[in-house]
Design a protein around this ligand. Structure first.
Ligand code: C2E
Ligand code: CA
Ligand code: CA
Length: 758
């Protein structure tokens, strides 16, 4: 390997060609110089053709026009070399003047930018052409044209060169003022153009300088070909796609301004000079054209500004995912709706949506939301409004034009949202909660207050586990109380106002203690005893259940270990602890449990974690946590079995060891009827699946006997013992150290137990 890498072709060509062009300028004019420039020009043509074929296939015609322009120019050089200086104008001038339009057209084609007409370079080019053209006309071209001392043809040719300069200028100025990034190819084309324009300008405006600097001017043209040919073999494109947004930058604005000022400036100079030879026709027509063009340009700009403003407004008022109006737009719309008469504001919350996201992924979640949006939109009447208010929240404003119509909308929505939503291949139950606020009932309240009230009703529906709730002032009081309870929970956690009580789980045959369930108690500093039925949902909602649950778990496990230590064979064989959905979906929950088990020195199988069907129904992290716990040896119970979604499929997918049959079934067994049949069926299901069934809430002997007859082995209820801080196990004979779940049973009778101190 050699250390140096070969420079890219285009660079080699550019440097070599520029060196030759520079060297050429130092050569005296003669045959060698003519040969040299001809060779270099043809080499440039060849490079252009090769580059066009290899690198810029899509722009081949433009490059061929370019090459043709250079060839035409070289033809002029050769004619000039043969004819000598004597004749003016000569055929050489015809070729030179013929070459310019080809070069200008090629440059335009290669660098033009696509886009609407008014934003394109064409108008800018025209503006520059006219203003520079008027100046050239006034100061350069017209004096030549009116000069009678020259023959007409000579005058036409002499005027031709500055005219070409104007053309080039018109092309280059917008190109130079173009915003956005430029590729190397674009730079090379631009530099070649600027060099050519400079040479043209020196040639037309400073004829005196041509005597001493002429060879550099001609060398400049050679340099331009070299640059253009380098662009042809440079890999970068010369044509970029139209730029999004405004191409009317400050520099362009200044250029337009300068163009506009050109005419008055010329008039000023002419007036000061007192020549008075101003060509009113040219200046007049030119400046009129300028005004029209600039106004066209500006109106295009204004049109775009308007459309952008519209788009921004749309973006600010619309929800991207569903295309529905957003909260801001809804509130504006609702203000109009409320003004027309009575109406209902309905807030919809999709309680099951989080599970969809967790279980099926975001894409499915998005699809479900879009499906709900379509459903809501389709269910509305003329004048009603619907919006997406948040992640899984929607709002509907239903006009209550005729009595009962608002109610009908609410009923229809409830009905629609009860059915499964079809999203892709899934059918999803989204568990919608509706909160309704009635504008008549609420009196003259602002829309934001109406929204708040419907929201409050929605929260209440969620808390109550019902699908619909209509706002009443009482709900506000209740939600205030809930908020207060939440705040108090925090303090009580810090102050240690929570206790754990234990309820025995007995063997129905013998009445002996087998285990116990840990239940939390809150001694509220002001309200006294608060039921977990009231505060557990609040703690779930604000997340404190995670901390509280860990406290319960640790306390009960230590308690269990202490019993084991003190009571030996009289100790319960396992402890049951309730775990809420929120705890299960907390990352790291199985590790926390494993840590507690280890620190108490108990066996994992001595812990039974009670989870509800509803907590597992969502799948995702909760189910994963249960699986992890089960793998470490912890047992799993399905609590309140039969009251939730009751999907027997859950028993297949989730590792369950124990079914806790809800008290509501037990209550009715002695009454007979449908519920009793279910209790019978459940024992068969659990036996068939190899699970243990525990009947909850047994209060009478009759129930106990009935359950025993059905084949239930374990039960729990006030009949056997209320939850207490220190249950007495010795009275019942004890469970025996080896008697775990499914272990061998001790004989023994039913024993009455301690009072409920809870
Ligand atoms: P659960 O898990 O179904 O607990 C059984 C509830 O029934 C307990 O109410 C218990 O005291 C009560 N019970 C037991 N036997 C009888 C009976 O014979 N008759 C009647 N009427 N009731 C009986 P508690 O302790 O008020 O707990 C209510 C619910 O609060 C529990 O229902 C459980 O879902 C939740 N909970 C209690 N402690 C905790 C906890 O530490 N963590 C979590 N996440 N939830 C808990
Ligand atoms: Ca329980
Ligand atoms: Ca239960």
């Amino acid at each position: 390997m050699t250390g140096l890498r070969r420079p890219p072709w285009w660079l080699a060509w550019l440097v070599g060609g520029a060196a030759v062009a520079a060297g050429w300028s130092l050569l005296p004019y003669g045959v060698p110089a003519v040969v040299c420039s001809t060779l270099l020009s043809f080499a440039a043509c060849t490079v252009m053709v090769v580059g066009a074929r290899r690198r810029h296939r899509d722009q081949q015609p433009a490059w061929y026009i370019f090459a043709a322009g250079v060839v035409t120019w070289v033809a002029g050089d050769l004619v000039y070399a043969v004819q000598g200086e004597g004749t003016y104008p000569s055929w050489a001038d015809a070729f030179y003047l013929g070459a310019y339009p080809l070069l200008v057209i090629a440059l335009f084609l290669l660098t033009r930018r696509r886009g609407p007409f008014w934003s394109g370079n064409l108008i800018d080019s025209a503006i520059v052409a006219i203003s520079v053209g008027i100046a050239y006309w006034t100061f350069v071209i017209e004096p030549i044209v009116v000069d009678d001392s020259q023959p007409a043809l000579a005058r036409a040719v002499t005027a031709g060169y500055p005219t070409m300069g104007v053309l080039l200028c018109a092309l280059l100025v917008p190109m130079l003022l173009r915003r956005g990034p430029r590729t190397a190819g674009m730079w090379l084309l631009t530099v070649g153009g600027v060099v050519t324009l400079t040479c043209n300008t020196v040639y037309t405006l400073l004829p005196a300088a041509m005597y001493s600097w002429g060879s550099f001017v001609y060398g400049g043209y050679l340099l331009a070909y070299v640059c253009w040919a380098a662009a042809a073999i440079h890999p970068s494109p010369t044509l970029l796609p139209a730029e999004e947004g405004d191409s009317l930058g400050w520099s362009r604005l200044l250029a337009l301004l300068a163009s506009m000022l050109m005419v008055p400036a010329i008039l000023l100079v002419q007036g000061e000079r007192g020549t008075g030879a101003t060509s009113w026709l040219a200046v007049g027509i030119g400046s009129m054209a300028l005004f029209v063009l600039v106004v066209t340009r500006m109106s295009g700009y204004i049109a775009r500004a308007h459309s952008q403003a519209r788009r921004l407004h749309d973006l600010a008022m619309r929800d991207d995912l569903t295309g529905l109006p957003n909260r801001r737009a809804f509130e504006e719309e609702a203000i109009k709706g409320v003004a027309t008469g009575p109406c209902r504001l309905i807030m919809v919350d999709l309680a099951g949506f989080k599970h969809v996201n967790d279980r099926l992924g975001r894409a499915a979640g998005d699809q479900a939301l879009a499906a709900v949006a379509t459903l809501l939109r389709a269910s509305l009447r003329e004048g009603d409004a619907v919006a997406r208010m948040g992640a899984d929240e929607f709002a509907v404003l239903a006009l209550d034009t005729r009595a009962g119509e608002g109610d009908a909308v609410v009923t229809r929505l409830m009905d629609l949202l009860r059915r499964p939503i079809v999203s892709g291949e899934h059918e999803l139950l989204l568990n919608a909660r509706l909160g309704v606020a009635d504008s008549l009932e609420c009196g003259a309240v602002p829309v934001s207050e109406l929204v708040r009230r419907a929201d409050t009703a929605r929260y209440a529906a969620k808390a109550a586990g019902s699908q619909l709730m209509v706002y009443t002032a009482e709900l506000d009081a209740r939600s205030d109380a809930t908020a207060q309870l939440g705040a108090d929970l925090r303090h009580s956690l810090d102050d240690g106002d929570f206790r754990v009580v234990y309820q025995p789980i007995v063997d129905l045959d013998t009445g002996r203690f087998r285990a116990c369930e840990a239940l939390v108690r809150w001694h509220h500093p002001v309200r006294g005893m608060v039921s977990p039925v009231d505060f557990v949902p609040v703690a779930e909602d604000n997340g404190l259940i995670v901390e509280l649950g860990e406290f319960v778990m640790r306390t009960s496990c230590w308690k269990f270990a202490a019993w084991r230590h003190e009571l030996g064979r009289h100790a319960p064989s396992y402890i049951s602890v309730n775990v809420s959905a929120r705890q299960l979906s907390e990352p790291g929950f199985p590790e926390v449990v494993a840590g507690i088990i280890a620190e108490c020195g108990m066996e994992p199988a001595e812990l039974l974690v009670e989870v509800t069907e509803t907590a597992l129904f969502g799948g995702g992290t909760a189910v994963h946590a249960v699986e992890t716990l089960h793998e470490t040896g912890v047992r799993i119970a399905l609590d309140d079995f039969g009251t939730g979604h009751s999907s027997l499929g859950l028993l297949r997918t989730v590792p369950v060891d124990v079914l806790k049959v809800d008290k509501s079934f037990v209550d009715e067994i002695t009454a007979g009827g449908g519920r009793a049949v279910i209790v019978d069926a459940l024992i068969h299901v659990s036996k068939g699946l190899g699970l243990r069934a525990v009947a909850e809430g047994v209060e009478t002997e009759e129930q106990a006997n009935y359950l025993r007859e059905l084949g239930y082995e374990y039960a729990q209820g006030y009949l056997f013992g209320k939850p207490v801080p220190e249950p007495s196990f010795r009275d019942s004979g004890g469970a025996g150290p080896d008697d775990q779940l499914g272990g061998q049973l001790d004989p023994g009778g039913l024993q009455p137990l301690t009072v409920d101190q809870a």
